[in-house]
Ligand binder design. Structure first.
Ligand code: AMP
Length: 542
């Protein structure tokens, strides 16, 4: 027997229609690439998104066509999130931090037809445009006054002229909720980048889950500032979840330095933010150097790589900001787990609570999760056994775009490539990326633990631990450290710092001090690059 309720499809346009009707006056504030602050409301966004949709249709964009962006977090990018997906076309967010050749490769693979980009990215676009075969039209996300006077590109459209000339009248079309809505490439450390093609259904369900109190805890009482870029897994779903709950949105544009972010947090009374640990390092330094406090910020979501315990404590103890340690992947839209305490944890000491919070967190409903050994046999959830982390659910990938890499699933589960433990309360802890694990004498050493300990040293700005060849043990850990400016720090200081904190045989065999650690396009440490850099490294023979 069928239920007798409406079968309204879960479409991205419905998020915007809801915000327009019920949160029409709620603000969206953006720092523009032009340098000033722009503010308008969800009502204005809805009107402009319809104009974008009409303009795209007039330009011949059809359902399923790929429309690419190369843009910061800003209101025009947000208009494209809705204007493109709303008519059934696919929003392809390109990552400007990749090399021009990589961007061209991805644009060709995706068969992007139109590219809309921020003024700041003109040099990048000019560099890859000759190789991007499918792009027929280039549009700059600015007004006539700021359009570049000269350009190597054949013809440049002016976004503001195109949008304002289009009609704001449009009924968002209804179509199958499983239609593709947006596309994001994940640039794995090996092989070609692979496209993850989200659907309207996966995106709307992910937004519901993201907003829940034990997930990102979003509501109409919040002002949300995603530092995580809108080109990195749809800014972790915040541009969809914010209108769903009616939260104010604050979009930082290109200003991701500590000072610019801090100003926006304070001026716009931001309550929630989100970003990778490397971004928060810059912000925390700025705030500490200037003796500042956060007056409105309540929570910050930290994910993308492990949140160092020292950072989590600093946010909570010095600034009264709750850290929501989250784990996910491009292939998971991205949210999988969030580390928030349960009722039973209320009576624990603060130290015991921290021990729970350092983990990557519990699966949110919609994400099923298990750990398995190399033979695929499920391992116990005892917080000790660690194995390959598998996931499944309605916002987890089934296949890559154009079937790149073949069928990624194993008996219906997606192998994440992460190695983790899950405890009896469901808290998952990542020990490593499977390819970063250090295999010493047949036993595994997790690099994340060792990095977290190093990062807790007051003289350390950044730390990475990689495997280096060892004649007897196969591999041993090498600690690579970037010192804080003006700090004296020796190998012996660092090794001593590990004493009593880990099993002795986990202690790194050596310490290398470097000026900087290479970061990837989404702010993660590039361990593969470090391994390459240190491939001939000789450990001391003692
Ligand atoms: P991406 O698809 O580029 O966002 O990368 C996803 C990968 O980032 C995951 O598979 C993890 O290896 C890593 N990652 C994401 N969040 C965390 C976290 N909180 N702790 C440790 N690793 C993380």
């Amino acid at each position: 027997m069928q239920g007798l309720m409406m079968g309204s499809p879960l479409l991205i346009s419905s998020l915007l229609s809801h915000a327009e009707r019920h949160h029409g006056a709620t603000e969206i504030v953006s720092r523009r690439t032009e340098g000033d602050i722009h503010r308008y409301t969800y009502r204005d966004l809805a009107i402009r998104a319809r104009q974008v949709a009409n303009a795209l249709r007039e330009a011949g964009v059809k359902p399923g066509d790929r429309v690419a962006t190369l843009a910061w977090n800003g209101y025009r990018h947000l208009e494209l999130y809705y204007g493109v997906s709303g008519i059934g076309a696919v929003l392809h967010t390109l990552n400007p931090r990749l090399f021009p050749e990589q961007i061209a490769w991805i644009a060709n693979h995706a068969e992007d037809q139109i590219l809309l980009f921020d003024l700041t990215f003109l040099p990048i676009v000019e560099a890859f445009a000759p190789h991007a075969k499918s792009i027929q039209r280039y549009i700059v996300l600015t007004d006539r006054a700021h359009m570049p006077l000269t350009s190597k590109l054949p013809e440049l459209g002016c976004y503001e002229e195109i949008v304002t000339a289009a009609s704001p009248v449009l009924e968002w079309p209804e179509f199958d909720e499983t239609s593709a809505s947006s596309l994001c490439y994940t640039s794995g450390t090996t092989g070609e980048p692979k496209g993850v093609l989200y659907s309207h259904r996966s995106t709307v369900l992910h937004s519901y889950a993201a907003a829940l109190p034990d997930a990102l805890n979003l509501s109409a009482r919040d002002a949300v500032l995603p530092v995580v870029p809108m080109f990195h897994v749809n800014a972790w779903g915040l541009p969809y979840a914010a209108p769903m709950v009616g939260a104010k949105l604050v979009l930082p544009g290109p200003g991701l330095d500590g000072k610019s972010l801090y100003e926006l947090f304070e001026n716009e009374h931001v309550t929630v933010s989100a970003g990778v640990p490397t971004v928060w390092l810059g912000l925390l330094n700025y705030v500490a150097e200037h003796g500042l406090k956060f007056s409105s910020m309540r929570r910050t979501i930290i994910g993308g790589s492990a949140c160092p315990p020292a950072m989590l404590r600093s946010f909570e103890e010095r600034y009264g900001v709750q850290v929501l340690h989250a784990w996910g992947m491009t292939e998971m839209s991205p949210l999988g787990t969030v580390g928030v305490l349960k009722h039973k944890h209320a009576s624990l000491s603060r130290e015991e609570q921290y021990a729970v919070q350092y983990k990557q967190g519990r699966a949110i409903y919609g994400v099923d999760m298990k750990i398995v050994d190399d033979a695929g046999v499920e391992l116990p959830q005892d917080g000790i056994a660690f194995g390959n982390l598998y996931v499944r659910g309605p916002w987890v990938i089934q296949r890559y775009f154009k079937d790149a890499g073949g069928d990624p699933l194993v008996s219906g589960w997606f192998p994440t490539g992460d190695v983790a433990t899950i405890d009896a309360d469901g808290y998952m802890q990542i020990t490593d990326r499977s390819k970063d694990v250090i295999k010493s004498g047949g036993e595994w050493i997790g690099s994340i633990d060792l990095e977290n300990i190093a990062m807790a040293h007051p003289g350390v700005a950044m730390a990475a631990v990689i495997a280096v060849r060892h004649p007897k043990w196969d591999e041993r850990p090498l600690l690579i450290v970037v010192k804080k400016p003006g700090v004296e720090l020796s190998r012996a200081d660092m090794l001593q710092h590990y004493e009593g904190k880990i099993a002795k045989w986990w202690t790194p065999d050596d310490v290398a001090f470097v000026e900087s650690i290479p970061l990837g396009a989404t702010g993660k440490m590039l361990k593969a690059k470090l391994r390459e850099q240190f491939k001939d490294y000789r450990l001391p023979t003692i």
